[in-house]
Design a binder for this molecule. Structure first.
Ligand code: SAH
Length: 224
């Protein structure tokens, strides 16, 4: 899979992809993440990618031309399954969208900044708009990193134990059960007996019960 992220602040995306699971996924060749600096597509001599809003008011607006040039260049090189714009009024990102996107071959993710992008970008260049929650961030970069992370960890081979993504919260409509590690007792707080019993079937049963209990308690809205 290939994910192209377009941004006017590329440095914001340096660290999320250079550590741990996302780094290894790239090293293993399972995913290619390419960050594109919009300034390289700026046409004016100051290399600006934003301008004042027509009609006035506070806040700059990202110009259409550099975005169009960048997207067009990428689309000339390969076919994209989706051109996503990160936006607080987009479709709310969920595990099920992460599953769907993880099957894609090529994805473009455009990050907004300031007041957002010129509306004509949304009308003509974008195929999907995604929000990571009902709050406003100062830019789309962190949101893009969030969806890229959720997508990449689902690509087969990325997680060392391939079944582990399947037992995460939301994957099967259930919240994940509690987990414990050593020591078996800490300040008198004990690990549940069943988990150290070595009895696999009982452990499975306990985990399922806990997952159902938790889902009912915390997320009664999930299918369960
Ligand atoms: N004026 C816009 C907000 C712009 S915030 C409005 O009121 O809707 C600047 C940029 O941050 C946006 O263009 C978008 O790319 C990103 N962003 C902010 N909140 C986001 C969210 N909840 N999900 C995804 N992207 C978000």
């Amino acid at each position: 899979m290939r994910i192209d992220i377009i941004t006017c602040l590329p440095r914001l995306l340096d660290s999320p992809f250079s550590d741990s699971i996302l780094k290894r996924a790239q090293q293993k060749g399972l995913v290619t993440v390419v960050i594109h600096d919009l300034r390289e597509y700026a046409q004016n001599k100051h290399r600006t990618t934003d301008d004042y809003a027509y009609g006035g008011g506070a806040g700059m607006v990202m110009m259409i031309e550099p975005i169009d040039l960048c997207i067009s260049k990428l689309k000339n090189e390969r076919d994209y399954d989706e051109v996503i714009y990160m936006s607080p009024d987009g479709e709310l990102f969920t595990q099920s969208l992460a599953n769907q996107f993880s099957l894609y071959k090529n994805l473009i993710v455009l990050c907004g900044h300031y007041k957002g992008v010129d509306e004509r970008v949304r009308e003509h260049l974008i195929t999907k708009e995604i929000s990571i929650g009902n709050y406003v961030l100062s830019g789309g970069e962190l949101a893009a990193a969030v969806i890229a992370d959720a997508i990449i960890r689902l690509i087969p081979g990325v997680l060392s134990d391939e079944t582990s993504a399947l037992t995460d919260s939301f994957q099967d409509g259930l919240i994940a059960p509690p987990v414990y590690t050593r020591p078996v007792e800490y300040k008198g707080w004990k690990v549940p007996e069943v988990l150290i019993s070595g009895h696999e079937a009982k452990i499975e049963q306990w985990r399922l019960e806990k997952a159902m209990e938790r889902t009912k308690e915390r997320r009664p809205d999930l299918p369960g």
